[in-house]
Design a protein around this ligand. Sequence first.
Ligand code: ADP
Ligand code: MG
Length: 814
Amino acid sequence: MQAARHRLPAAKWDLEIVQMLKHGQVLVISGMTGCGKTTQVPQFILDASLKSKTGQVANILCTQPRRISAMSVAERVADERAEKLGGIVGYQIRLESVMSTRTRLLFCTTGILLRRLESDPTLQGVTHILIDEVHERSEDSDFLMMVVRNLLPQRYDLKVILMSATLDAGLFSAYFNDCPRLEIPGRTFPVEQYFLEDVIEMTGYHLDERSPFARPLKRMNAAPKAGVSTRLPTDDIIDEIEQATNAVAPRHSLQDQNLTPKQLVARYPGIYNKLTLKTLAMIDFDKINNELIELLLEWIVDGPHQYPREGAVLVFLPGLAEIKQVYELLLTNPVFGGRNKSRFWILPLHSTLSSEDQHRVFSTPPKGTTKIVLTTNIAETSITIDDVVYVIDSGRMKEKRYDASKSMESLDLVWESKANAQQRKGRAGRVASGVAFHLFTSHRHDYHMKPQPIPEIQRVPLEQLILRIKILDLFDNMQDVLSQLIEPPADIGIETAKSRLQDLGALDLDKNLTPLGYHLASLPVDVRIGKLMLFGAIFRCLDSALTIAATLSYRSPFVSPFDKRNEADKCKLDFAIGNSDHLTMLNAYKSWIKAQKDGSQAAFRFCQENFLSIKTMQMLATMKHQFTELLSDIGFIREGILCRDLERKFRGSDGVLAVTGQEANVHNDNMKLLSAILVAALFPNVVQIKTPEAKYSKTGEGAVARLPKPEELRFSTKSDGYVSIHPSSVNFQVRYYDSPYLVYHEKIKTTKVYIRDCSMVSVYPLLLFGGCIIAIDLDRNDFIMSVDEGWIRFKAANQEVAELVRELRLELNQ
Ligand code: ADP
Ligand code: MG
């Protein structure tokens, strides 16, 4: 290991780095991934301080963007020093730490350091902060850089090192007053780079029907599914098709027929011969093409071709779902599965992997076995797998996007940037020369891909960030603070976030932090999820509230396999409660916990029979543990027993009930209360049913209306006009509504704007737990409230009720 360390490109720079830090307070280090920044630089500093005569040993914090990298790097560094993890080298991630009073080099997530700053704003005792992977431009890392920049004048003895994989070190150096930069020259092997057009040629994955590879062709040319949009290709591609059409069918140009290029090509197969492969690829590869990935893998491992290499294959896919799909394809493929299974290690790599599972990714397989790692962009910079010689790059990644004007968040599948592509390619040249296959055309790469990814801060809702700034109390004027970020978010985002926080009651009308806001700021979860957790604790229905919070922040446990959708929907309806997706999920979760009493086999069967995902259920249970611990951290649960111990005691069930005790859960089964606190959390996400046919004799509880077919139902909102209930919701099926109001967690935009999971709520919870009542018209016993929909006006039964509501509201506000 020592020998390997000395061979790393970073090894030669240790004196230089230590020297540069003596003279300056901030240093930017950039260098190719795998050159030894993360594992070596902190050790240079540590070792120099151990050797120095002053006797002061450094106390180093090194932040990592992800939990998995903090753990794996700490483990690696401890190994290199022949130390036990938790001694001089340790790590800390949310809800898990291995460290001690001896620890001098702590790897932690960026989030952990930000939390520490809340209680320890000057970071007493810390001598060095290393902010790693700053080029990723995560929200946390941008924020941390801003806070640290502010801290420097107060802590002139503090040293800050920013580490980045790519070469835009200039941006960071400029941000820190033109601080010095050091670039570690890389040492990699050449990587041959191929694009889609090349791949098609090499593998024989031909688009022509006469080709012997018609199998993938058939699947690919199947009619596009309804709702899958076909992006229009670029002008020069259209030109080329236009010309080809004219050659084949002179009177049928693209415009005349009003056909998309794809339809045109399908109609006139002769066009194939007239088009370049590049253009064909451009038309046909709108989606990730799993078959091509499969074929390419077959070709790599089996094909007699000109690029034989000994080593691992790394496949970049956008997310866990895609990893699973390819994984399953490979298992059923005779080349990789069945009798050949032992010839391959097919390993998924993603952020939710446990550290045991992760080990095999780094290990060298026995001779004759090929390692194929299916990964998200986590293997792009933070994790280095040494023996990779082939890279397959799907070209896509998942990116959180947020449309501030519509308050809509979505996880979008997007094309990577050129920088990502470059980085992914580089992963093939670590130990020997390698080959990278990009599954997009060189045309797309050269002319359409953006040079760099968009920084996260410009893509996410800013609520948490605003609360965190408020709580840090380092800054006076909020507007100014956000403009101090390295690349500040748009003003509109800031304004929307502030008004959301006011709607939630986290900021008062003067934009000061309320007590609720204060507690929300210390919960590192989405503000709405946080409010649900807090109200669950306050109103003593904690266990149920946490289950709902977990489903909201992760996902619904219900699965709906494509070919068994009806059956699955029916099963879901069996769990339906109170016209509410949230309570329905709660019901399913509780039934799963019950099923565990008969052993894990029974619980597994229960999930299979009821179209529930066991993995999701387990994840929800884990998240509930984490939430419990978060609440106990901030003193909202008195019985703060560590979840780890609990897991041992209550293996099989989620055990949260036991941690939180009887007292916190007396109202666990009160569905009305639960839907009321849902209002508290989700307000102002309220829509009202608006159909001309619907007749309500009166609003309020007990009013029942016969409604038209679900497809005809419309829900009006201010910003999106009419929205629809997603077909997966229990409210899509249910025909009887006893209140016209629904609260929902998120709107998603696919072909239409949908509200996904929603719960029907009656008027009084809205009045009592919703955001601000704008006006009370006591003469007419009316309440007027602003929600997503615009305004809603409620009529109270009589004056007595109106006054009672008003009094209760006042009391609740206090
Ligand atoms: P950088 O931060 O510059 O990308 P690192 O310091 O993370 O580079 O890694 C340097 C080298 O250390 C890698 O090339 C790899 O060989 C090795 N390495 C890092 N982590 C591990 C690990 N967990 N297991 C095995 N080798 C590792
Ligand atoms: Mg690194």
